[in-house]
Design a protein around this ligand. Structure first.
Ligand code: KMH
Ligand code: ZN
Length: 285
């Protein structure tokens, strides 16, 4: 399939994350059954990709490989969504476990381009780890989504591509994660600066704003022809004091905003073409 036209809109849903407690937000999908049901609803609403963090039986974040593998398989069985596993995990996950996420054989993996302060914590992504994870993704045929929390991460991406070449699939998709306390602010001005700094190898980009920066970032992304990530990983309210009821509600809002900007949600087949997944013939090593 050819690369989707610019009027197409990729909506990635990030339904769970690692930061919110189930006890604080019972509607957060934390079990496999809840995650699969959520993914189906979001696909029907217009999502093309799901960014996945999983939980254990106590609803705590985990990188348990058997659970990750079961999750990828269950999502592939129940949906046509591109399945992206988080390699960021939670701020407490060790680097070696984060590398092993690729053993679960997702279509895509997140790959954060540098260490960032993350609220009161530190989200650790030292350069040697970034290089190792990237080379592993190339060897396994897993398409990375480069997560950019700061302008410095854009420069690090240019350095990475210069050193190791293009990702599996040959296309370069990045996601600006904005408004994290410690990262770049979730503003139109910051997004304009980030997009202007992207290296020429980048073929598509999306953006998400955490918390109250969700709407400004969504509108700024659409204004620049970018794609969107939404979901309860990033925001838990629709408006001040109005809780999100479901991830599908956030996808529906993104579809509505896209419609105003004369953008049509991408199908899952178009999403695969955008990311170069349709050109992958299998793992190299
Ligand atoms: N949970 C954050 C510490 C990713 O998924 O790759 C990291 C994160 C990024 O969510
Ligand atoms: Zn994540």
């Amino acid at each position: 399939m050819s690369v989707p036209s610019p009027d197409r809109l990729l909506i990635t849903v990030a339904p769970t994350g690692a930061e919110t407690a189930k006890s604080d937000c019972p509607q957060l999908p934390t079990t496999l059954e809840e995650l699969v049901a959520t993914a189906r609803e979001c696909e029907a609403a217009g999502a093309g990709m799901v960014h996945v963090h999983i939980r254990d039986d106590e609803h705590r974040p985990t990188l348990d490989l058997a659970r990750l593998t079961d999750t990828v398989q269950a999502l592939h069985q129940a949906t046509d969504l591109v399945v992206q596993l988080s390699t960021g995990g939670s701020v407490h996950d060790p680097l070696d476990q984060r590398l092993k996420v690729l053993d679960a054989e997702p279509d895509s993996c997140s790959l954060t381009m540098g260490t960032t302060n993350f609220g009161d914590d530190v989200f650790s992504n030292p350069w040697p780890f970034v290089c190792e994870l990237y080379q592993l993704s190339q060897a396994r045929g897993v398409v990375p989504e480069f997560e950019l929390f700061d302008l410095g991460h854009v420069a690090a991406l240019e350095r990475l591509l210069g050193k190791f070449g293009l990702p599996a699939g040959g296309r370069v998709h990045v996601d600006f994660v904005m408004g994290v306390p410690g990262g770049m602010p979730g503003t139109a001005a910051a997004l304009v600066a980030g997009v202007a700094a992207l290296p020429p190898e980048v073929t598509s980009w999306s953006a998400t704003g955490i918390g109250r920066s969700t709407l400004p970032v969504m509108l700024a992304s659409l204004a620049q022809g970018g794609h969107l990530r939404v979901g309860m990983e990033d925001v838990l309210t629709m408006a001040r004091g109005v809780p999100v009821e479901s991830n599908a509600q956030l996808v529906e809002r993104a579809v509505d905003a896209g419609r105003v900007a004369q953008r049509v949600p991408m199908t899952t087949a178009e999403t695969r073409a955008l990311l170069g997944l349709d050109s992958l013939t299998g793992a190299v090593a």
